[in-house]
Structures are given as structure tokens and as C-alpha cells.
Design a protein around this ligand. Structure first.
Ligand SMILES: Cc1cc2nc3c(=O)[nH]c(=O)nc-3n(C[C@H](O)[C@H](O)[C@H](O)COP(=O)(O)OP(=O)(O)OC[C@H]3O[C@@H](n4cnc5c(N)ncnc54)[C@H](O)[C@@H]3O)c2cc1C
Length: 468
């Protein structure tokens, strides 16, 4: 009895649901990875994410080989490769974990319909999926707080170790290099390394400070969040491992709120996955239909503003620091994701879909469900979104969450010597302060790109017109 476990984004052996199930029912199991060239050619991908993915696949193969097993890698179309391998080994069944993005849904549907051996799929990448959590009247939740109450109440499975299985000797292709896939490291970019070992280390480190999460998580200059997002994206750590490891800390600190606050973020992740599943049209249009008529400026129309925004040259230090952290590392702190996205909307009136494309290429953790959810939240057009009249003030956000300007100075080095008094509003520097800090406004660092109060009022007006 031989099974194929088609591994996609659960890049680990431990607690990989499809693998656990296959090992329960089959003596011979082939962990199988198909490098889907079509995906690399058509998806909006960028170096940080592709590198993280490649590191993780490579490490999984090495880990399996160390235990006398293997990850069989082939390149091509998933259906063709699965058919070919199944014939080669006379497989009885194909197992895989479910995914919820439009691309995956279409691909997986084809596999289920056209593969001529039985296929079984599993929930793995989320704690609760699809319609598992519904309102009392049986419809999907659109408001997070009610959803999360049920999310916390429901029983959660613990991580599982796969039982024994044997991997036969099979031909495996080389994993293509990043260059072969068309990705080169951008200059000056320090991207994260993928792989389970790094994920486990990150989880262990974070457990030491999770009790401070509630008070630290919003401060951009502190390293107060887990930075596990790409590991959850690529499944180098499972959602169950993350949740239950945090529970262990809570058991020792029952009074502390840090763990619960952090687990709420895991629930947000599930919430956005169920939104994507139940309202798939939101990848193309606002969840709130009344805002479909808003006429955003495309990046071509707003060429100069767009360039300054993505390069972190808006003259708003906190916004610029966020965009430069992203450009330098492929990751951005959540507080900044909210602030810069709100700025793109309410101050620059940029099209959210252009932003989505840019983030998809830049984020190491790009996850369509959370990204659509997060962008539409900040644009006030999504489910449970920030109300349109509550506009983030890019100066006071910085003053509150980066009071000494540490984060700003780190990512916007031309502001390094600007006195605290001016760090959030450098355009107000006196002649002398500009001279002393070696930062001339208009030369070394720009004037604010727009007048925030005017743009704020304009944006509110546009939203109000759309609502009429
Ligand atoms: C505009 C915008 C775009 C975003 N795009 C993405 C994205 O592409 N991929 C992504 O993983 N997250 C996205 N987020 C959510 C959040 O910013 C990141 O998950 C978080 O910053 C990752 O850092 P962390 O792992 O240290 O998070 P932690 O604070 O340690 O949180 C733990 C985990 O919970 C999940 N999580 C945390 N916050 C959220 C949230 N608001 N929504 C959904 N899940 C959350 C993540 O998986 C995260 O790793 C976006 C948020 C906004 C406002």
C-alpha cells in the first residue's frame, strides 16, 4: 500500500496532517513536491518570499534524508507529475492539505476531478476553516469579535507526530536555483532565511517574551512580536504548534494577558481565511459594496507619488521608515502596515490593488487572505474595517509608537542626528537644527509630500459622496 503526500505549503514533517494520515494508513509514503513552473511565471512573487520558500523546501529534504527518508522533487504541472508518479509506483492514494487561495482552489479542483486514483484532502494550515465557525443563524461571521469568541471556545487539535513509514528510492530532480526561477537578490536587501530550524528557534525565543506581547506589540522600535508570519505562511511551523506552545506559557502565567492577546492574532488569521473562502470576490473588489465606485488613482496616474511612497520618500518619517523596512527586509511591523496603508489610501488616494500587487512582491509572508483583509481594513472598505472617518495621523502615530524615533532613525538614516524635538516633523527644523543634524529639508530629506489635514478632509468627503 503506497501513498503519495503532495506537499505544498506545509513544509514540515511534524504535524503535517496529510503526512500523519498517510502514515497511519500506508507503509510506503512518498513526500512529493512539484515545482509548478506556471505558478512562478504567473504569480506576483518577489525575492524575499521565493528565497524563504526555497530555503524551506531544501531544508525539509535534508531533514527527511537525515532520517532515511526523502522528499521527491519534480518540476512541471502538478496534475501531470502526480499522474506520472502514481503510475510509476502504483500508488493507491494521493493525500494533501487544503489551501484556500483562488489559485490553489482551481488547481486542486482539477486534481480531484482528473486524477484517476483516490485523493483525500485535510485541514492543516488553519485551526478552523470554511464554514466551521458560523453565526447562530448559520452564516459566516463578518465581525471579528464575535467570531473570535467562538474560535476560543472550540476544541483545538494538538500537534501530531507521523507514525513510521518508508520512502522508496525514487528519482528526484534538483530544486531550481533562485536565478533559474528568475529571482535575483536586490541590492542592499537583507532577507530572512526560511526553514523549520529557524522557525523553531523563533518560536522558542518568542516564548521568552510572549508575556510582554500585550504591552509591546505596537511599538515599532521594540522586537515585541513573534516574526513567525512567514513560518506560518510556509508551514515550517504549524498553527497548532504555535497555539499550543503559547498555551504552555499561559499555564505557567495564568494571570498574564500576553498569550491570549497573541492567540487572538492567530484567530484573526483564521478569520481572514474564512472571509476569503466565504467571500472570494473580495480579492477583486471591496467587501463593502457601496465603495466600489471610489475612483482610486492607479500607480501610473500617480506615478511620482507612487514612487516616493514605495521608496520611503514621502517626508513623513514614520511612513518612510515602514516602507524602507519593507524594502530592506521584506517584512514590516504590523503597526506600520496599518499606518502606511492608511496613508496610501487617505493621504495619497492610491489604488488598493496596486498596493496589493506591490506587497505581494515584497512581503516575505505575503498571504492573500491576511493581505486583502489588512488592506481593506485600512482602506475602510473591508469587513469590520476601520471606519472611513477615522484617519490615522502619520505624525501622532509615530509620536505614540516610536516616541524617541528609534525606529525612524534605524530605517531612515538621513534623520539619524535630527533632535528628538523634530524627529517626527523634520520639516519644522530651524536653519540651525538642519545644519547641526546634517539634514537639509528639501535636499537630504523631503518636505511632506502632501498636506495631511487637507487630504484627510478630501478623503472623508469622497467616502461620504460614495455612501450617498
Ligand atoms: C495592510 C496589511 C497587510 C497585511 N498582510 C499580511 C500578509 O500578507 N501576511 C500575513 O501573514 N499577515 C499580514 N498582515 C497581518 C500582520 O501585519 C502580520 O501577520 C504581522 O505583522 C506578522 O508579524 P508577526 O509574525 O511578528 O506577528 P505576531 O504579532 O507575532 O502575530 C502572530 C501571527 O498571527 C497572525 N497575524 C497577526 N496579525 C494578524 C492580522 N492582523 N491579520 C491576520 N493574521 C495576523 C500572523 O500569522 C502572525 O505571524 C497584514 C496586515 C496589514 C494591516
Amino acid at each position: 500500500m503506497t501513498a503519495v503526500v503532495w506537499i505544498r505549503r506545509s513544509l514540515r514533517e511534524h504535524d503535517n496532517t496529510a503526512l500523519v494520515k498517510a502514515a497511519e494508513n500506508h507503509e510506503e509514503v512518498i513526500p512529493f513536491y512539484v515545482v509548478d513552473k506556471n505558478y512562478f511565471e504567473t504569480a506576483e512573487l518577489g525575492y524575499p518570499r521565493v528565497k524563504f520558500w526555497r530555503d524551506s523546501v531544501k531544508e525539509l529534504k535534508t531533514r527527511l534524508q537525515k532520517n532515511g527518508k526523502d522528499l521527491v522533487i519534480r518540476q512541471g504541472k502538478p496534475l501531470e507529475q502526480l499522474e506520472k508518479l502514481s503510475k510509476e509506483i502504483d500508488a493507491d492514494k494521493v493525500y494533501f492539505n487544503r489551501d484556500y487561495s483562488p489559485y490553489s482552489k482551481k488547481r486542486d479542483h482539477k486534481i480531484r476531478e482528473e486524477l484517476d486514483i483516490p485523493v483525500e484532502t485535510f485541514k492543516d494550515i488553519v485551526m478552523f476553516e470554511k464554514k466551521e465557525i458560523l453565526t447562530n443563524s448559520g452564516s459566516p461571521y463578518k465581525v471579528y469579535s464575535y467570531y473570535s469568541k467562538k474560535w476560543f471556545e472550540k476544541d483545538k487539535r494538538r500537534p501530531q507526530k507521523p507514525g513510521n513509514y518508508r520512502v522508496p528510492d525514487l528519482e528526484s530532480e534538483e530544486l531550481p536555483s533562485l536565478k533559474q526561477l528568475g529571482f535575483e537578490k536586490p541590492e542592499n536587501m537583507n532577507v530572512w532565511e526560511g526553514g523549520r530550524e529557524n522557525g523553531l528557534k523563533r518560536l522558542e525565543d518568542f516564548k521568552q517574551k510572549i508575556t510582554d506581547y500585550e504591552k509591546d506589540r505596537d511599538y515599532a522600535w521594540k522586537d515585541g512580536t513573534s516574526k513567525l508570519s512567514p513560518h506560518l505562511k510556509f508551514g515550517t511551523i504549524s498553527i497548532r504548534e504555535a497555539f499550543w506552545e503559547a498555551e504552555r506559557v499561559e499555564a505557567r502565567n495564568p494571570e498574564n494577558k500576553g498569550v491570549k492577546t497573541w492567540q487572538e492574532e492567530l484567530a484573526w488569521r483564521d478569520f481572514y481565511f474564512q472571509m476569503l473562502w466565504n467571500f472570494p470576490e473580495t480579492t477583486e473588489k471591496p467587501f463593502l459594496e457601496q465603495y466600489e465606485s471610489l475612483d482610486w488613482r492607479s500607480k501610473e496616474e500617480a506615478e511620482e507619488d507612487w514612487k516616493r511612497f514605495i521608496n520611503g520618500e514621502t517626508g513623513y518619517p514614520f511612513v518612510d521608515a515602514g516602507m524602507r523596512q519593507l524594502k530592506n527586509t521584506g517584512w514590516m511591523h504590523n503597526r506600520l502596515r496599518m499606518v502606511v496603508t492608511s496613508f496610501a489610501c487617505k493621504d495619497l488616494w492610491l489604488d488598493w490593488k496596486d498596493l496589493h500587487s506591490y506587497y505581494s512582491k515584497m512581503f516575505v509572508d505575503a498571504e492573500i487572505a491576511s493581505m486583502v483583509g489588512g488592506i481593506q481594513w485600512a482602506y475602510s472598505i473591508g469587513t469590520d474595517a476601520q471606519p472611513y472617518f477615522r484617519v490615522f495621523n502619520p505624525w501622532t502615530q509615530g509620536e505614540k509608537y516610536d516616541p524617541e524615533g528609534e525606529y525612524i532613525r534605524k530605517w531612515v538614516p538621513e534623520l539619524r542626528d535630527v533632535p528628538d524635538k523634530y524627529i517626527h516633523r523634520p520639516y519644522k527644523m530651524t536653519e540651525l537644527a538642519q545644519q547641526n543634524s546634517d539634514c537639509r529639508i528639501g535636499e537630504d530629506y523631503p518636505e511632506p509630500i502632501v498636506n495631511h489635514s487637507e487630504k484627510r478632509d478630501d478623503a472623508i468627503q469622497r467616502f461620504e459622496t460614495a455612501r450617498e
